[in-house]
Design a protein around this ligand. Structure first.
Ligand SMILES: NC(=O)c1ccc[n+]([C@@H]2O[C@H](COP(=O)([O-])OP(=O)(O)OC[C@H]3O[C@@H](n4cnc5c(N)ncnc54)[C@H](OP(=O)(O)O)[C@@H]3O)[C@@H](O)[C@H]2O)c1
Length: 347
């Protein structure tokens, strides 16, 4: 859930994560313990001025805090993850790009320090998370407009609160929106140990759905299998096992999946399609292998499979009754809440 390695290549990604977290923690311990105070303090932020390799373009900077206007909320960040999409955004490869310079990070939890005179939805001490992507959460504190925030209960574990708004919501929507699943129906997914994958396992189990969870092989496979099963996974298979001929007997004991969730692409997605029930849907929401989805012609013709995509940012936009949040202009020498723009579609 806190991983960022895969989209970069595992090693570069892990190195970057470590560097970013070290920088974050250095800034963090200097400026923001786990409680909020009304005293103004130095804002430390992980900022990038142009797109590129995150290890090269992201810098730890001191920013000025914007003044708190009538509809504004001063927030002290408590925790923020590094998600693959944060890395893509810095690289400039994402469907939504901030105006530069920008503070990194799209997810996290903060505590309200102070509110403007017309703010009614939150009060000092409340915990808040971003309403949508592009807020810039990798900073110790910031001033955001009230519309950019959602209040959450304060009794959630900190790490769960900081990772509530992206992966679990993605998992839930994909389980709800593409097939009318009933208890006992089966769902198959790849990258099942990812943040989204673990949320899929838990939500599916709560809905009474059966899951086939595909992971990459590793030396401690049994440990991972046990962990995913403890979350509610029914079956955990490796990519290699899924390709074996014997798999054709596997679905004699359970219904073939009506929904496949693909965040890998390449061969892995071809295998998911091979096991889908006739008329079933594969939803692609990530491309960790950086390879296209390849669907067999016969599977498409004879099984009438459906290929769909899902993007949480688009879902939120499509289902938001509110206009786009009003963003602050940057204060001198600082960065306030960010604007995001959509890059042109790839040609
Ligand atoms: N569309 C949306 O709205 C949406 C929302 C949330 C997330 N996502 C996407 O979903 C994906 C997962 O995000 P996350 O935060 O859950 O990820 P995460 O927790 O960082 O986990 C990454 C996962 O990708 C796997 N992986 C990495 N490289 C791979 C490769 N070359 N081939 C196969 N598997 C590979 C990892 O497996 P190992 O453990 O074997 O390395 C791990 O399971 C990302 O692509 C992310 O951008 C999309």
């Amino acid at each position: 859930m806190w991983g960022c390695g895969a989209l970069l290549g595992a090693r570069a990604g892990l190195r970057l994560c470590r560097e970013l977290f070290l920088a974050w923690n250095r800034g963090w311990s200097a400026a923001a313990p786990y409680s909020a105070s009304a005293e103004p303090s130095r804002v430390r932020a992980l900022v990038y001025g142009h797109h590129g390799d995150p290890a090269k373009v992201v810098e730890l900077k001191n920013l000025e805090l914007a003044a708190v206007g009538g509809s504004d909320v001063h927030v002290k960040m408590l925790a923020a993850p590094i998600n693959p999409s944060d890395i893509n955004m810095i690289q400039g490869n994402y469907g939504l790009l901030p105006k530069l310079p920008a503070v990194g990070g799209n997810e996290g939890v903060g505590q309200v320090v102070a509110v403007g005179s017309s703010v009614t939805g939150v009060k000092p001490g409340d915990w808040v998370i971003p309403a949508s992507a592009g807020l810039g959460t990798w900073q110790t504190e910031a001033v955001f407009s009230e519309e950019a925030l959602i209040s959450i209960p304060r009794d959630l574990p900190l790490q769960s609160a900081a990772t509530l708004s992206v992966n679990p919501c993605t998992a839930y929507r994909m389980l709800m929106d593409f097939e009318q699943l009933q208890p006992g129906d089966c769902v198959i997914q790849n990258a099942s140990n990812s943040g989204v994958g673990q949320a899929v396992i838990q939500i599916a189990a709560a809905l009474g759905l059966r899951t086939v969870n595909v992971v990459r092989d590793r030396p401690d496979l049994q440990k991972l299998t046990d962990r995913l099963k403890s979350l509610g996974a029914e079956h955990v298979l490796t990519e290699e096992e899924l390709r074996k001929h014997e798999m054709k007997n596997f679905f004699k004991d359970m219904p073939p999946p009506r929904l496949a969730l693909n965040s890998v692409g390449g061969k892995s997605s071809t295998e998911l399609l091979r096991h889908l029930a006739p008329g079933g849907t594969m939803v692609t929401y990530g491309g960790m292998a950086k390879q296209p989805v390849i669907a067999s012609v016969s599977q498409l013709i004879f099984k009438d499979l459906k290929l769909r995509g899902f993007w949480l940012s688009q879902w939120k936009k499509d289902h938001s009754p509110e206009p786009e949040p009003v963003h602050h202009p940057s204060p001198p020498g600082g960065l306030a809440a960010q604007n995001v723009t959509r890059p042109p579609p790839p040609s």
